[in-house]
Design a protein around this ligand. Sequence first.
Ligand SMILES: [Zn+2]
Ligand SMILES: [Zn+2]
Length: 245
Amino acid sequence: MRLTVVGCSGSGPGPSSAASCYLVEHDGFRLLLDLGNGAFGALQALADPDTVDAVYLSHLHGDHCLDVVPMVVWHRYSGRSSRRRVPLIAPAGAQERLQQVYDSGGAPLTDVFDFAVTPVSALLGPFTVQTTRTAHPVECHAVRLTAHGSSLVYTGDTGPSRAVVDLARGADVLLAEAAQPEGDDQPRDLHLTGRQAGEAAAAAQVRRLLVTHVPAWVDPVAQLAAARSVFPAAELVRPGVTYEV
Ligand SMILES: [Zn+2]
Ligand SMILES: [Zn+2]
């Protein structure tokens, strides 16, 4: 399985990265995890949009879903789309929400996407998919992808969560958000600090931690150092970089 970071800027696009989007490939199947603002631009430098086989949205905050809109425009008007409908997995209500974002008249997006509500478990192309609710103000699902004996877990957005640790247990790679700077007045059930991302990786006994979703106004080096203080096998992801899982 190969993971390519399309965008990793937390909570919105930053000066050097789009918001959340990860391309996961195995056996020629291409899955996008999230499609945050700016990501559809960066995607075009990494993959032909027509080759995206499915889209998984962890939740409906703008930094994880807004570039569904330019993807619809591309499929409808670029003349380069093969017009096969793309499975789009997302929390309930995504179809209506994204339709409204696209156009207040609310034309259905079902000519481009085949919407499905996030399952607890499913098969998707070569991947076994398992999900769990995270600790976040809106419905958000962490996801575990398994293929050919390798496993990747992506937290989406979450505060400290026993359910996410359980989902990640023994995974090869935990791609974890670390949006929250260290401090003593951390809001509950919103985001992880670097240290908390490290603690989740240690508790789940994963092999490797990839730290992501650091907002442009938070020091990424400090987030990584805090994660490494409890889980040394951690690194900070960078846009455009591919990681073997
Ligand atoms: Zn976010
Ligand atoms: Zn969020």
